[in-house]
Design a protein around this ligand. Sequence first.
Ligand SMILES: [Ca+2]
Ligand SMILES: [Ca+2]
Length: 105
Amino acid sequence: MIGTIHELPLPKIVIPPCSQGVGFAFKNKNVQETQDIIPGDANGDGKVSISDIVYLITYIFKGGAEPFPPCKANVNGDNKVSVGDVVYLINYLFKGGPPLNNGCS
Ligand SMILES: [Ca+2]
Ligand SMILES: [Ca+2]
């Protein structure tokens, strides 16, 4: 029984050079992060709308899911996610308020 193991053909595994693999993964990661961060897009659906206000209220007051990354919900730029960002977002969307700050920059 043990002798038959040595007769099995070994699969050929080709490992690419480390520099190629690491560089490729790193580049993709950067593109992903750049595309995902839209200031005010708390629910991550790719646009800023009333849904993000609802999402933020649920997060802040009802223990809902945290925006990812949290910094993109910091639209008033005070380095924290709070009811102030909800008010800022409402002003921006419905009252022509100042543009949203990029809390992640
Ligand atoms: Ca959104
Ligand atoms: Ca804030």
